[in-house]
Design a protein around this ligand. Structure first.
Ligand code: SAH
Length: 363
């Protein structure tokens, strides 16, 4: 592929970062018909070719003009780690030496891809490995889209990605425009990837204005990392709670334009001795009353130096039962890929600042 990597004189942009109208405008400026945009996008997002050369029904002149200004692809594969449970973690290299992680999660009836939206994260949640990196930078729209394209290209038996979760590194709603632009391409049924928004979940710490925008502008599912309904506990775990308190967050949830047949997902991390008492479950159920929602319980996934631990299985079960007994639809999320540090909250790496960004360590 035409990944320009560390050549800093190469000013070409990845073509998959262009919206349909930007590509049409580029064609129009050259006196070319707008339908060429659909054709080019078909090659990119349906057939997933990795060069303009491969777009054989375009004239040579057009292919050369495209290649003069754009690249195809923005990621290189640094590493590919396969878990004993079949999950695959990709470490994708970026043109500036940064690295992001993407996780392929096969299940009997679906394949879910977990994508990243930032290099590192600036929100400082105390239980999350990614937070230790700090925020390096936002990913571009092309870099988000390319995680899906590259993971799909590299699937050996051609199994199709059916579901997408924006639960990798970073806070998607702190990088709203790129996330939104990527969602447009991914869900565009006419000339994009055509993945239904019903199969896509965006997870957020709860940035209220952007959450509302996302619900107004798209039809994707919303997941909110809640982890406690007590302000003191939640602020300790998630500094963002000092900006948007639990009651502001839940009030916002009550007024979000969520379609009638949909529910908001609340993710609730269970950390031993922090938020796993039966009284916490009862309080949680009480606070969620009247919100059309479900709860995903995530037993804490350990990582080096976190200082937290996972509750015993019986505690997790009882917490779930307490919620269910109070009418809250509840699932316990089992960790996937924890042997390759691919589970929730385990995405972290140290990349060298030197050009080329060789990896120092993983996990
Ligand atoms: N910033 C967004 C997207 C990241 S999603 C968000 O916070 O929602 C990652 C999910 O994994 C979040 O629900 C997060 O709270 C959870 N998580 C983070 N660290 C974890 C850990 N060590 N064990 C289990 N889940 C964790």
């Amino acid at each position: 592929m035409s990944f320009p990597s560390s050549d800093s004189t190469d000013t070409r942009r990845p073509v998959e970062g262009l919206s349909h109208s930007e590509l049409s405008a580029w064609l129009d400026a050259r006196g070319l018909p707008a339908y060429r945009a659909d054709q080019i996008r078909g090659w990119l997002f349906r057939r997933r070719v990795d060069s303009f050369e491969a777009m054989t029904d375009l004239s040579r002149r057009l292919r050369q003009a495209l290649a003069g200004e754009f690249t195809v692809g923005s990621l290189s594969v640094h590493r590919r780690l396969e878990s004993r449970d079949g999950s695959v973690k990709y470490l994708f290299g970026l043109h500036d030496g940064g690295v992001v992680e993407t996780v392929w999660i096969p299940e009997p009836d679906r394949v879910t891809l977990c994508v990243s939206t930032q290099v590192g994260c600036g929100l400082g949640c105390t239980f999350c490995a990614t937070a230790r990196m700090g925020l390096k930078r936002n990913l571009t729209q092309a870099e988000i889209v390319d995680q899906v394209l590259e993971a799909q290209r590299r699937c050996p038996d051609g199994t199709r990605i059916s579901n997408l979760v924006f639960m990798g590194m970073g806070e998607p709603l702190a990088n709203y425009d790129a996330t939104r632009g990527a969602l447009d391409v991914i869900t565009d049924a006419r000339s994009g990837m055509g993945i239904s928004p019903r199969k896509i979940t965006v997870s957020t710490v709860g940035l209220l204005p952007q959450m509302r925008r996302l619900m107004e502008e798209t039809r994707v599912n919303l997941a909110i990392s809640l982890h406690s309904v007590r302000d003191s506990t939640r602020s300790e775990l998630m500094p963002v709670n000092r900006k948007y308190s639990v009651s502001q967050l839940l009030e916002c949830c009550r007024s979000l334009p969520v379609p009638r047949r949909k529910r908001i997902t609340f993710e609730y991390l269970l950390i031993s001795g922090v938020n796993d008492l039966m009284a916490d479950a009862a309080e949680l159920a009480g606070k969620l009353r009247g919100i059309r929602c479900k709860v995903n319980l995530i037993p804490f996934n350990p990582h080096e130096g976190s200082g937290y631990s996972r509750p015993k299985e019986a505690v997790v079960e009882r917490f779930g039962e307490t919620l269910r007994a109070r009418g809250i639809q509840t699932h316990v999320r089992r960790p996937r890929g924890d042997d390759i540090q691919a589970a929730c909250g385990q995405l972290y790496h140290a990349a060298e600042a030197a050009p080329g960004g060789a990896l120092r360590g993983v996990g």
